[in-house]
Design a protein around this ligand. Structure first.
Ligand code: RP5
Length: 190
């Protein structure tokens, strides 16, 4: 089985409103060349698709499901109740991202804490793990770590990923030292 050819990770989200945040997960998986399948499954607008998706995920042989949702965020927990595939939940703060670029984005009244609690507070016996609010990229890194137990090559890539994070901090610190704080900030955030 090849993680570059077969999708071993399913990314799902409750609405297209979540897609820009969930794209962070796709970016990381693409960086690691891990094939993923992406879908919108709304737990309240398409409830029957939940069960169908869970069956599909098992048939496909997904190893992990990354599920993002905002507001009441019942999608990750509901999917977990239909399958034994581990689910990583991404609580989403942006409540409605469907408007045109010029419209204001609506935010969850509770800043994503509502989704975080909905995901983590699953009753005993039906666990879903959660990353921080909007941290879809972290969900993907965690998923890569799980897959790495099976694919040693991914362990090497994860070590390399850590190293490049380390090096980029050193580089930024060097730039900051050279330019001084004021110039550094002007340049970085202009
Ligand atoms: C949730 O409701 C979705 O996950 C999304 O974050 C939120 C808003 O969805 P829309 O009303 O914008 O489709 O189910």
């Amino acid at each position: 089985m090849s993680y570059t050819k077969n999708p071993l990770i399913g990314i799902i989200m409750g609405s297209s409103s979540d897609s820009r945040i969930m794209n962070g997960a796709a970016e990381i998986l693409d960086e690691f060349k891990i094939k993923h399948e992406d879908q919108i499954i709304s737990a309240h607008r398409t409830p029957t698709r939940l069960e169908e998706y869970a069956k599909h995920a098992e048939q496909m042989g997904f190893k992990i499901i990354i599920a993002g949702a905002g507001g009441a965020a019942h999608l990750p927990g509901m999917i977990a109740s239909h399958t034994i595939i581990p689910v990583i939940g991404v609580p989403i703060m942006v409540y409605n991202d469907k408007q045109s670029k010029t419209d204001n984005v609506k935010f969850s009244s509770f800043g994503g804490l509502d989704s975080l609690l909905s995901i983590t507070e699953m009753p005993s016996g039906s666990p879903v793990v959660a990353v921080g609010v909007n941290k879809a990229g972290n969900a993907a890194i965690f998923a890569v770590k799980i897959l790495a137990n099976e694919f040693p090559e991914l362990k090497k890539k994860l070590k390399q990923h850590k190293l490049s994070q380390h090096d980029s901090v050193l580089k930024e610190s060097e730039d900051l030292k050279k330019q001084g704080l004021r110039k550094f900030v002007q340049k970085k955030f202009k």
